[in-house]
Ligand binder design. Sequence first.
Ligand code: PLP
Length: 378
Amino acid sequence: MSRAHDPVPLARPVLGAAEEQAVLEVLRSGHLSLGPRVPAFERAFAARVGAAHASAVSSGTAGLHLALRAIGVGEGDEVVTSPLSFVASANAVLYERARPVFADVDPITLNLDPGAAAAAVTDRTAAVLPVHIFGYPADLPAFERMSLPIVEDACEALGAVHADGTPVGGRGHPAVFGFYANKQLTTGEGGMVTMASSAHKEQVDSERNQGRAPDMGWLDHDRLGFNYRLSDIASAIGIAQLDRLDAMLAARATVAGWYRESLAALVSEYGLTLPCDDRDGDVRGWFVFVVQVPHGTDRDDTIRGLGERGVSAKAYLPAIHLMSFYRERFGHRPGEFPVCEDITARSLALPFFPDMTRDQVERVATALTEALQPSRTT
Ligand SMILES: Cc1ncc(COP(=O)(O)O)c(C=O)c1O
């Protein structure tokens, strides 16, 4: 039970008796890894997003790495992607000594802008890697018209649906989900690659397990691989979480609706920007509630002000190309992707989790109203 003065955390997973029971059963079975829960989780997940195949992996990052390898991205290739993402989507490209080529984002959806992506294509472009950022579906039909291989970063987008009714992850391209503790579904750490191609499935399954094919003998390996396996303990938690996914997604959507009501005055009076509404039939899979403070307001002061009032908030997300590693490695400078830079400089994530109460949302709204006033710089 939360009390008026309890701090409001940024995120909190919903875990209960079903997950506890599922973990106990695995512990008692003694089959902690490479057991039956992994394929069971994969089948249930594939069915959920309408994919022919799914491969469970140890993280979203691992899944991105294997998905890029599956479509043949290699040394010297370029992959066009979004600078407004978690750093893993670009890092995974670098693991294969390919180069992430950034293109600017759409100012409303915050997803990779298909026009900008097309303009970034060169004769070295091997793939496009759109990110369904903050759970909002990227414009896949537009990227599909570019006729390049696609890997989708769906780490933040479980539950999202494209305008044509296809769930994100069900279009056939390798699509990668993440199950870190703040995600719509969590296994603590973990990930899933969904895909249409059985050849891709075979390669991902082999490479996550040190390059061993399913019909090979123990400790025989016919290619280079990694240890990117997901354990049976984690898979059992994933199965239990899938059972409650609809309820958790609905609860997140309800909390988002409360935020829209409670923050309406800040939108009209202060120019606060909220996550975009669903447009043209696309449906967001709610992951985070990220707002943009108006121009002339100091975002970091706002976060500090929220913290002083017991409300956790974070700058989310920073632009990847302006991170020190990317600046030093590739010479990126401010001004290259003005839409992304403007938005990332003003964005912050507010507390957001399925069992957040209306009272907590009101407290965040009150704290934000107070925090925004002194942080106006003009
Ligand atoms: C957009 C995006 N891509 C990739 C990842 C990486 O996932 P993981 O942390 O499971 O490796 C995340 C997760 O935080 C993410 O939000």
